[in-house]
Write a protein that binds this ligand. Sequence first.
Ligand code: BDR
Ligand code: CA
Length: 314
Amino acid sequence: TIPVYLDCDTGIDDALAIAHLLASPRAELLGVGTVSGNSDAAQCARNTLDLLALAGRPDIPVAVGNHDFQAAPYGGGSPHVHGDNGMGGLELPRAPREPETESAAQMLVRLAREHRGRLHVIAVAPLTNLAEALRLEPRLPELVAHVTIMGGAALAPGNLTPAAEANIFHDPEAAADVLAAPWELTLVPLDVTMTEVMEEEHRLRLLNSGKPLPEALGRMLEYYFEFYRGIFGRPCSAMHDPLAAAIALGEVTVTRAPVVRAAVETGHGPARGATVCDLRGIYRGSGDQDGAHCRVVLEAEPGFPDFLVDGLLR
Ligand code: BDR
Ligand code: CA
C-alpha cells in the first residue's frame, strides 16, 4: 500500500476523496491536514474528524493548518458551492476526537521523515501548508515519493476567475513555491476533473446504500449538484478531489499527461493564479520536456464516477 498524507479543505468533493482513500486497497491514509478554502481550516478539520469517525476510522489524526493565505487573509470560503459548514449544510454526528496539537505543515514534515522516500502527498486545497512545509524542511522534496495536486487549469478555463482555478487562486504565491520545488509532481487540473461527471444515478446509489458514510455523501452531494446545475444544466457534479486521489494511487488510466514546466502567475492582473503549463510540444507528440518535473493530466479514461461509487459501496 501507498502511505498517504492528504492536505484538504473539506469540502464536499474533499469528503469524497477522503472516503475513497479509506476505501481503496492501495492507500494507507496516515494523516490529514486542513487549510482554509471551501470553509475555514478549523471547520475543515472538524468536518474531517466527523467523516473519519463515521467511516469507522477515528484513529486517523487530523491537523489544522493555515487559516490565512500567504498574501491575503481567508475571505470566507464558498458557501454557495459547499454550504456554510463545507458539508452542504449536513450536520454529521460530532466525533469525540480533537485535532492534533501539531500544525498540518508539521504533520507533513514528520510523516515525510518517518516514511522517507515512500510518502505520497495528495493536496486538494490551497497549497499554503505545502509551501510552509517546504520552508520548515527544505529537503522535503528528497523525503517524499510524489506530490499530486488537484488544481489549476492548463488549457481549460478557470473556475474562480476566467484564468484561475480555486485552489491555486486562493494562494498563488504558495502554489508558485510548490510547483517550483524539485519534487515529482502530478497536476490534476480542471481540464480533466470537469470531464468526469457524477450523475444523479450515482448519487442515489450512495444515498440509498444503507451505509453511514456513503449515505452522508449522497446527502451532501445534493447541495453540490445544485451548484453544478448552473454549469452543466442538470443536477450533477465534477469530480475534482477524488479523481486526483485515484490518479495518485494509479487507479485511473491517464491518456494524455505530458511532463512539462509549469509556473503560477502571481501578478495582480486578470491572470492572477493562472497555471502556465508549457504545452507547446504537444503538436509534435507527447509534449514531454527534458528536465521538467510536472506531469499535467489533460485527459483520463472516462468512467471514473462508476469506479468511485463501486469502490465506496464495496
Ligand atoms: C477545487 O476547489 C474546491 O472547491 C474543491 O474542493 C476542489 O478542490 C476545485 O476547483
Ligand atoms: Ca478541495
